[in-house]
Design a protein around this ligand. Structure first.
Ligand code: PEP
Length: 252
């Protein structure tokens, strides 16, 4: 199965109107009018509309970083899936490690957000990953298995036909310490195997991205692994040239 690589930029809580403007203009120019693989940017909520306008006709997709469990109602400060779809988002991150560790999202909440995303017509990018402590204790597979099973139990394996999984070892996020291609491949194969226990065809087609200090200098080696289908990129996605280089690595 040929899986088209996906390179997704997670801007986190960074940016301004001026930065959104220059970053997306520079990215479009650097990609020379046509993305070499599927490319996605996830700005903060206030900049989604502006980003959507700047990306029109570029082939670059728009996504958000989080969404509410509910679709509408008395949930002050929340942003729902239907609102994001209305703004032109196609994707939304769910269960990013910062949401899990800093904002108390457990696997049940993440699963509900995953379902809410699909209900709103968005493709969830389900983030999973172990902490350094968990890796050192040898519990990586148990942790990731639990994170993934919570979603499979609530949404069913077929839901993965319109979703993406991102493996992000917490110890590699924003630390400059990238997992080796072999370390990433081992976990990606485990994730795909877990999906295959439920549905072999879906397992073969679902994209599993790697995230954690991806840069244009290491993306090629990571993306050459058989079960690595692209990257979820934080820091380097704020630099148009570096991000474009990662996108090009996804085109080979
Ligand atoms: C992320 O936030 O998803 C991420 C992988 O960050 P960084 O690339 O900065 O490690």
């Amino acid at each position: 199965m040929m899986r088209t690589k996906l390179v997704a930029g997670n801007w986190k809580m960074n940016g301004s109107r001026a930065q959104t403007d220059s970053l997306l203009r520079d990215l479009r120019a650097a990609l020379d009018g046509s993305p070499p693989c599927e490319v996605l940017v996830c700005p903060g909520f206030p900049y989604l509309q502006q980003a959507g306008e700047l990306l029109a006709g570029s082939g670059i997709r728009l996504g958000a970083q989080n969404l509410a469990v509910e679709d509408a109602g008395a949930f002050t400060g929340e942003v729902s899936g239907p609102m994001l779809a209305d703004l032109g988002c196609e994707y939304v991150l769910v269960g990013h490690s910062e949401r899990r560790s800093l904002f108390g999202e457990d696997s049940d909440t993440v699963a509900k957000k995953y379902v809410a995303a699909q209900r709103g017509g968005l493709k969830p990018v389900l983030c999973v990953g172990e902490s350094l402590e968990e890796r050192e204790a040898g519990t990586t597979e148990r942790v990731i298995g639990e994170q993934l099973r919570a979603v499979l139990e609530l949404a069913g394996v077929d839901s993965l036909a319109s979703a993406v999984i991102a493996y992000e070892p917490v110890w590699a996020i924003g630390t400059g310490r990238t997992a080796s291609p072999e370390q990433a491949q081992a976990v990606h194969a485990f994730v795909r195997g877990l999906v295959a226990e439920n549905n072999g065809i879906i397992a073969d087609s679902v994209r599993v991205l790697y995230g954690g200090s991806v840069k244009s200098s290491n993306a090629g080696d990571l993306f050459s692994m058989p079960d690595v289908d692209g990257g979820l990129v934080g820091g380097a996605s704020l630099d148009a040239q570096d991000f474009a280089g990662i996108c090009r690595a996804g085109g080979h």
